[in-house]
Design a protein around this ligand. Structure first.
Ligand SMILES: C[S@@+](CC[C@H](N)C(=O)[O-])C[C@H]1O[C@@H](n2cnc3c(N)ncnc32)[C@H](O)[C@@H]1O
Length: 193
């Protein structure tokens, strides 16, 4: 299973945003493009991917949304904004709620989500322009790739995160988060992981 953890300091944490104005919802457009890159193929979906969206925008931070596409999930590229809206609306205090098949929401911090994935034995990689080239590293089957939105990863948590992970670069240019996910997916495809 491939895991992507996407951190956004600004993505809105309530469902009352306008899907025609996603930039005003704390750059929800970036989260949506990243999700599309994680799951969508020309003629199907990647079912071996889980995305963890960590939203820290107002009014209810933090929110952890976990999505894995299964045959039971009705998902369309044109309507990912509404899917996220509905998941945010269905948050219930104190529990992890499955809103749609494979789609969960809970209140959990960015570091806690990553620490739990590490405790399950998964290898953590931070996506960082200055890290080791992705072409040179060993990537196990159960891997977690952590990336940020237009503002990058949170400075406060970065020290702890670096102590439990390896930094990996996809090249010396600064890419969009969605482009990074597409390139990592391709690298894993090429390696048959
Ligand atoms: C648009 S970039 C963030 C730009 C932000 N101003 C910064 O300095 O981090 C979004 C995310 O993509 C990842 N990223 C961008 N370019 C990368 C590269 N060349 N190698 C690895 N990860 C990259 C990083 O995780 C980054 O947080």
């Amino acid at each position: 299973m491939r895991h992507f953890v996407y951190f956004s300091k600004s993505a809105q944490t309530s469902g009352n945003f306008d899907t025609n104005d996603l930039m005003r919802a704390g750059r929800m457009d970036i989260a949506i493009h990243t999700l599309i890159s994680a799951f969508f193929l020309s003629h199907g979906f990647r079912k071996d991917v889980k995305i963890h969206l960590l939203f820290y925008g107002q009014p209810n931070p933090p929110r952890h949304i976990e999505i894995q596409v299964t045959d039971k999930l009705d998902i369309s590229k044109k309507d990912v904004g509404n899917l996220i809206k509905k998941i945010l609306y269905k948050y219930k205090e104190g529990k992890k709620t499955e809103v749609f098949p494979g789609c969960f929401i809970e209140k959990k911090s960015f570091l806690k989500v990553i620490e739990e994935l590490q405790n399950e034995g998964k290898k953590i990689f931070i996506l960082d322009k200055n890290g080791e080239s992705i072409r040179k590293i060993k990537i196990p089957n159960e891997s977690v790739f952590v990336l940020g939105d237009h503002e990058g990863l949170p400075k406060k948590e970065l020290r702890r995160l670096k102590s439990i992970s390896e930094s990996v670069s996809i090249g010396n240019k600064m890419y969009f988060a969605s482009q990074v996910v597409a390139i990592v997916n391709n690298e894993l495809d090429v390696r048959n992981i």
